[in-house]
Structure formats: C-alpha cells, structure tokens
Design a protein around this ligand. Structure first.
Ligand SMILES: NC(=O)C1=CN([C@@H]2O[C@H](COP(=O)(O)OP(=O)(O)OC[C@H]3O[C@@H](n4cnc5c(N)ncnc54)[C@H](O)[C@@H]3O)[C@@H](O)[C@H]2O)[C@@H](O)CC1
Ligand SMILES: Nc1ncnc2c1ncn2[C@@H]1O[C@H](COP(=O)(O)OP(=O)(O)O)[C@@H](O)[C@H]1O
Length: 279
C-alpha cells in the first residue's frame, strides 16, 4: 500500500526551470513532438502551444506532414526540421488503428531513443520499447485497454473505482511512471513514489485538455533532461508538477466559468509567474 503525497504549489515551484543569463535555446532543452493526425490535428496544436507556454528552448515538431503546416500557422516559432532533441512527446491526437508502418517506426524510434519521453494516447501500446526515462499519460479507458493487452483483465469502471491502486499496479507492470488522468491525478513510479494532484477544476472535463497536459509535461522533461539522465526518480515529481500547473492554469482560465482546452494553454505563463513568485 503506497502512502500518497499530496502535491502542493510549494512542492511544484522548484521543478519549473527559470532561464538565466547564460541560457540559450539549446541549453534550455529542445522538445521533439510527434502528435496529431489528419483525424485529430488539433491535438498537435494544443500540445505544441502548451509546451511553448510552459517555457522550453525549442519545439521540434516532426509529426505528420499535413499537420506541420497547421502547427506552423498557429506557432511560427516551431522548427519542423529533424534534429537533436532532449525529450519527446508522442501519441496525442493519433488513432492507433490508422497508424502507417512509417509512423509506427518513428514513434518507436522516439520511445526507444533513451531520451526522456511522454507517451500518450495512440502511442501507449508501444511503451514496451522504452529504454530511457518514460512517463505514460493514460485516462481510465486508455489504461484499461493497455493493461488488457498484457492480459490483465480490468475495465475502465474498475480503474475509476480504484485509480490510485491501478496507477501503482500499472507502474510496476509496465516499468514506467504512470500519470493517471481523472478528476484527481495519480502519479506512481515503479519504485514506490506515489503522488496525488488535486489542483484544478471539473471544467477540465472537456476535449483537448489532456493534449495540453502532454505539452506541459514534455516541456518540463526537456528542461530537466540533463538531471534526468542521472536520476530517473525525478520523473514522478516532474509529472506531478505538470498536473499541478495544468490545474492552476485551468482555474485561472476558468475564473468559475467554462473553459476550452486552448484557454488552459494560454493561461500557463501567468500561472507559472504566480507559482514561481515572479508575478
Ligand atoms: N482536438 C483534438 O484534436 C482532440 C483530439 N483528441 C484525441 O482523440 C483521440 C481519442 O481520444 P479519446 O480520449 O476520445 O479516446 P478513447 O479511446 O478513450 O475514447 C473513444 C471511445 O469513447 C467512446 N465514445 C465516443 N463518443 C462517445 C459519446 N458521444 N458518448 C459516449 N462515449 C463515446 C467510444 O467508446 C469510443 O470508442 C486521442 O488521440 C486524443 O489525443 C482528444 O484529446 C480530444 C481533442
Ligand atoms: N472531472 C474532472 N475534474 C478535474 N479534472 C479533470 C476531470 N476530468 C478530466 N480531468 C482532467 O482533464 C484532462 C483530460 O484529459 P484526457 O482525458 O486525455 O482528454 P483529451 O483526450 O480530450 O485531451 C486530464 O488532465 C484530466 O486529469
């Protein structure tokens, strides 16, 4: 039985990298992104927007060609040339049933690159290829189908009834950090770290907010890539920090009213300024 640490603003503060005078775009970290598809291009835009607004040296978007032009139309600062990256975000906004052979190869190469990686949505079934620091970001249905592929008979309803227990079980079973999404977010790693994040608003129950979370987390991994190389235990607090930041940005965007996912991404800079005491 894990003892769950409730993550606070004070905990999260020190996990957000603030650039200094000696930083440049490469020293801050480059996030490689393979997300979006003809079916779900918006997920790529949401993740890229959130990554930029969390603070990162560069976003290198190398997802499907059709999506690149849409991402560039929204964010001209995105680089679409392949090249070195310090972390990856893969899988949001894709349909596993429609992945091409080439795309599966690209996703697998990123997951097995040894760099820190966030594996979301339609790349979850490829997670066994991981070789470096890896976080998966399923919701209940996604975790249920991922575990079913490993012959663990569990439904989304079972996971909803015991999300903390299933987060721990999945982290051990898959040997990765699990960030299990829901009204509360449970982060578990294979060696017993267990963190719950309750920041946010129920208004987050709207399409695309998970894609925004992926971008936030990718950004935090890219900006901590050198520390992660020597200490994989940093993944869980970074994941919890991403969820807390996501929640605080959502509260700010909502102000008590409804939100759309892009509003959450746009509220990130102000949420970070407050959290890091620079507001
Ligand atoms: N703007 C975008 O491009 C967005 C893209 N998204 C992407 O969409 C893909 C699928 O994500 P999901 O979380 O939906 O995947 P899930 O596989 O969890 O959900 C799909 C299932 O939801 C159920 N469902 C569909 N419509 C329903 C309805 N009207 N009422 C009740 N149940 C219904 C069906 O059983 C369906 O098989 C992911 O790749 C995700 O990243 C989502 O994040 C939403 C926003
Ligand atoms: N009722 C809720 N209250 C608070 N947060 C929620 C609620 N429902 C979902 N969330 C959060 O919203 C996000 C939804 O992500 P996800 O299910 O992947 O949606 P999408 O695939 O549409 O992006 C997650 O961060 C999750 O923790």
């Amino acid at each position: 039985m894990s003892a769950w640490l409730e993550w606070t603003d004070t905990d999260a503060r020190s996990w957000i990298a603030v650039p200094g005078p000696h930083d440049d775009k490469y020293s801050r970290g480059v996030l490689g992104v393979i997300t979006g598809s003809v079916e779900y291009p918006g997920a790529a835009i949401l993740g890229v927007e959130a990554a930029h607004r969390t603070g990162v040296g560069m976003v290198r978007y190398v997802g499907p060609r059709f999506v690149r032009s849409l991402v560039l139309a929204r964010r001209p600062e995105v680089v679409t040339q392949p090249g070195r990256v310090q972390a990856w975000l893969v899988g949001s906004g894709m349909d596993a049933a429609r992945r091409s052979f080439v795309l599966v190869g690209e996703l697998t190469r990123a997951i097995s690159s040894g760099e820190p990686v966030v594996v979301d949505a339609a790349a979850l079934d490829l997670v066994a290829a991981h070789t470096g620091p890896t976080i998966i970001t399923p919701h209940y249905r996604e975790l249920a189908s991922l575990l079913a592929k490993r012959e663990i008979d569990v439904s989304a309803a079972d996971i909803a009834a015991d999300p903390s227990g299933w987060a721990v079980r999945a982290a051990i079973e898959l040997d990765v950090v699990v960030l299990l999404k829901g009204a509360s977010t449970f982060v578990a790693d294979p060696v017993g770290q267990a963190i719950v994040v309750r920041a946010g608003t129920n208004e987050l129950a709207t399409a695309g907010t998970g894609d925004v979370l992926g971008g936030i987390l990718g950004s935090l991994l890219a900006t901590h890539a050198s520390e992660l190389r020597t200490d994989i235990s940093l993944l869980a607090p970074l994941a919890a920090t991403a969820a807390l930041l996501h929640g605080r940005a959502a509260e700010r965007a909502s102000g008590g009213g409804p939100i759309a996912a892009l509003d959450v991404a746009e509220a990130l800079p102000a949420a970070i300024a407050t959290l890091t005491g620079r507001a």
